[in-house]
Design a protein around this ligand. Structure first.
Ligand SMILES: Nc1ncnc2c1ncn2[C@@H]1O[C@H](COP(=O)(O)OP(=O)(O)OP(=O)(O)O)[C@@H](O)[C@H]1O
Length: 243
């Protein structure tokens, strides 16, 4: 479970996030949408302990990410929008390294890695140096690394950027499978289709504030019409014209 209370972030005089209260339940897939510069990455970086909040608190499975960082991170997995790997390691060596970081016994790590290779269809390239991987191959290894310690909370920034349809389908299925196992999945995305297809609830943020929150059906009621998520998003995030 993720609990966010009174969260804000100021960059000097600039406000990146105003005041966010949000709880995401165990087993829920939450899609975080918003136009460029709305505050999505700011929120995510605070959730995963990469940025200090100006005010407020975030707990990951009841562990405060600022005060109990290591404990919170044991439950957490984060997939950033850009996949960073070590060029001179193979995919398998990278996963072995991550398993070691999480203190997964060597006797278990091999089988876990093999299961992830199967889940992400990475057999063909897992034993090649990652410097020769495409973006999509790298992203699949990063997802595998994120899941290796069986996280209870998975936070993903822009999962579909640069993925081909097969990789995108794999990732969407992984989100659904993870949620079915009880993992909380928080996904920031510009892909309204992805949000529509997989999210249990959707939050739309604009200028650092949540302006809509609920299931797709609830958002439809908010704009009082039978609309696609794209129409709802455009209506809610449209700038007021100043005449
Ligand atoms: N390090 C920083 N210093 C100053 N302002 C920042 C910094 N990082 C973000 N901001 C500002 O905070 C606001 C929110 O930015 P953020 O990157 O969180 O938006 P976003 O919703 O992730 O956008 P995008 O969809 O374009 O990635 C923007 O106005 C941005 O200019």
């Amino acid at each position: 479970m993720i609990k966010i209370e009174g969260l804000s972030k100021h960059y000097g005089s600039k406000v990146g996030l105003k005041k966010l209260d949000l709880t995401i339940q165990k087993g829920e897939i939450f899609a975080f949408l918003g136009p460029n510069g709305a505050g999505k990455t700011t929120t995510i970086k605070m959730m995963v302990g990469l940025l200090r909040p100006t005010t407020g608190a975030i707990t990951i499975c009841d562990k405060d990410i600022v005060k109990e960082t290591i404990d919170a991170k044991k439950y957490l997995a984060y997939v950033p929008d850009q996949p960073y790997l070590y060029d001179k390691l193979t995919g398998r060596e990278f996963l072995e390294f991550v398993a070691l970081m999480y203190k997964i016994p060597q006797s278990e790590a091999g089988e876990k890695i093999q299961n992830l290779v199967e889940l992400f269809y990475s057999h063909e390239y897992i034993d090649r140096l990652t410097e020769n991987y495409s973006h999509g191959m790298k992203q699949r290894i990063v997802f595998s690394a994120a899941l290796i310690h069986d996280p209870r909370v998975l936070v993903v920034d822009e999962p579909m950027v640069g993925l081909d349809p097969k990789s995108a389908a794999i990732v969407k299925n992984v989100f659904k499978d993870q949620a079915a196992k009880g993992t909380t999945v928080f996904v920031s995305t510009h892909s309204l289709d992805v949000a529509e297809q997989i999210a249990d609830r959707i939050g739309i943020i604009k200028h650092g504030e949540i302006i809509a929150l609920g299931t797709l059906e609830e958002l439809k009621q908010q704009v009082k019409k039978e609309a696609r998520l794209e129409d709802i998003f455009l209506e809610l995030t449209e700038e007021q014209s100043h005449s």
